[in-house]
Design a protein around this ligand. Structure first.
Ligand code: CA
Length: 216
C-alpha cells in the first residue's frame, strides 16, 4: 500500500492512476491529519508527501516528523517546489528518504518509487523462514514453532552463518574461524551445536559428511 498526501487534484490524479496501473495499491489524502490517522492504524510500504497541504502550509513536514516519532519506518518521498532548497533540507531533516521537485516527469517519479520500494523488499529479505525456524537478521531474533528462543551472541552467530547459506555444508574449522577466530579448538563447534539443538530443536543443525549445515 502506498499513501499519497497531496492537496492538488491535478497533480494527485495522474500519480494515483499510474501507481495503480503498475499494480500498486494507492490511497490519496489531501490532509496530513487524515493521512497520519491512516498510517497509525495501517502501516504502508511507501509514503509520498507534498509540503503544503489542505490543513496547512508545511503540514507535510509535520506529518513526516510525527510519523517518524511514532516509529513508522516506511520510506518517505517528499514532493517539494523546484528551487526550494530549504524545503529539501527540511524534508530530509524531519525524516524523509528522498525528494522530488515539482513539476516532475512521471517516469522519473515512478523510478524513484521503484527504488524506494526495492529498499523495503531488501529489508523484508532480511528474514529467513524455513520449516519452523524463523530468523530476523536485523534484530537477531530467533523463533522456533513461533516461540522466541534466546541465544547467546556466539550461539546466534553460529546459527546465522548456517542460516544465511542454508544449502551449504560448513566444515568445523570454517565455523570456528568465522565465529571465534583461530584461537579455539574445533571441538567448540560440536559443543555449540549441542547448545543450539537443546535450545531450538535436535533438527536445527544437520551433521553431514564434511561438516554441518542447517537442518531445516
Ligand atoms: Ca500542495
Amino acid at each position: 500500500m502506498i499513501y499519497l498526501v497531496e492537496d492538488e487534484t491535478a497533480i494527485a490524479e495522474p500519480i494515483v492512476a499510474s501507481l495503480r496501473h503498475l499494480g500498486y495499491e494507492a490511497c490519496w489524502f489531501q490532509r496530513a491529519d487524515a493521512a497520519l490517522e491512516g498510517l497509525l492504524s495501517n502501516p504502508v510500504d511507501l509514503l509520498i508527501v507534498d509540503v503544503n497541504l489542505l490543513d496547512g502550509e508545511e503540514a507535510g513536514f509535520a506529518l513526516v516528523h510525527e510519523a517518524r516519532e511514532a516509529d513508522l519506518s516506511m520510506p518517505i518521498l517528499m514532493l517539494t517546489a523546484r528551487d526550494a532548497v530549504e524545503d529539501r533540507i527540511q524534508g530530509l531533516d524531519v525524516g524523509a528518504d528522498d525528494y522530488l521537485a515539482k513539476p516532475f516527469d512521471l517516469n522519473e517519479f515512478l523510478a524513484r518509487v521503484r527504488a524506494l520500494l526495492r529498499r523495503v523488499s531488501q529489508v523484508k529479505q532480511n528474514q529467513l523462514k524455513r520449516g519452523e525456524l524463523e530468523l530476523d537478521f536485523a534484530t537477531n531474533e530467533v523463533r522456533w514453532e513461533q516461540k522466541a528462543v534466546r541465544l547467546t551472541p556466539r550461539e546466534y552467530a553460529l546459527l546465522e552463518i548456517l542460516a544465511r547459506n542454508p544449502e551449504r555444508v560448513f566444515s568445523a574449522e570454517e565455523l570456528v574461524d568465522r565465529v571465534w577466530g583461530e584461537v579455539e579448538n574445533s571441538n567448540v563447534v560440536r559443543t555449540y551445536i549441542h547448545y543450539l539443538r537443546n535450545k531450538i530443536s535436535n533438527d536445527v543443525v544437520e551433521k553431514v559428511s564434511g561438516g554441518y549445515r542447517l537442518g531445516v
